[in-house]
Design a protein around this ligand. Structure first.
Ligand SMILES: [Zn+2]
Length: 140
């Protein structure tokens, strides 16, 4: 689920309530995507339909999300798109893929949700990463 990073939360009136449709319009996303946001923790006033969300809760939710996106990965971590957080690779193992002379891609699986995670590094840094991860070269 993508919310444009620079979404202006100033557009949301904290004192108003927003319906699923209005939220979808606000973010230019599909209604069904808003349902996903509920599952991810966006608070509704109650479970009666149509669902309503307090503007203040909506602002808090977006701000937390934007902050999470900004959260930089430690050297030992890779960003997981599913968890929306930097994660450690499963069993510390990464696969090495040479993209070109200036870039190496490390591939691994998220230690929490098992989704594929990536990180791009400079070849000069490879030795450093070899100390942190079990680096396997991909066999073709
Ligand atoms: Zn994950």
């Amino acid at each position: 689920m993508k919310i444009r990073r620079k979404f202006n939360v100033g557009l949301i009136k904290k004192t108003l309530c927003y319906s699923t449709n209005e939220i979808a319009e606000l973010f230019s996303i599909h209604k069904r995507t808003v349902q996903t946001l509920y599952k991810e923790g966006l608070m509704k006033i109650d479970d009666r339909k149509p669902f309503l969300v307090k503007g203040a809760d909506l602002v808090a939710f977006i701000k937390t999300r934007q902050k999470q996106h900004k959260k930089k990965c430690e050297q030992t971590e890779m960003y997981c798109c599913k968890c929306h957080l930097p994660r450690k690779p499963l069993s510390g193992t990464v696969e090495l893929i040479f993209i070109n002379k200036r870039q190496i891609q490390l591939q691994a699986f998220c230690s929490i949700c098992k989704t594929k995670i990536f990180k791009f590094i400079k070849p000069a840094k490879l030795e450093e990463y070899k100390k942190i991860f079990m680096v396997n070269k991909r066999q073709y």
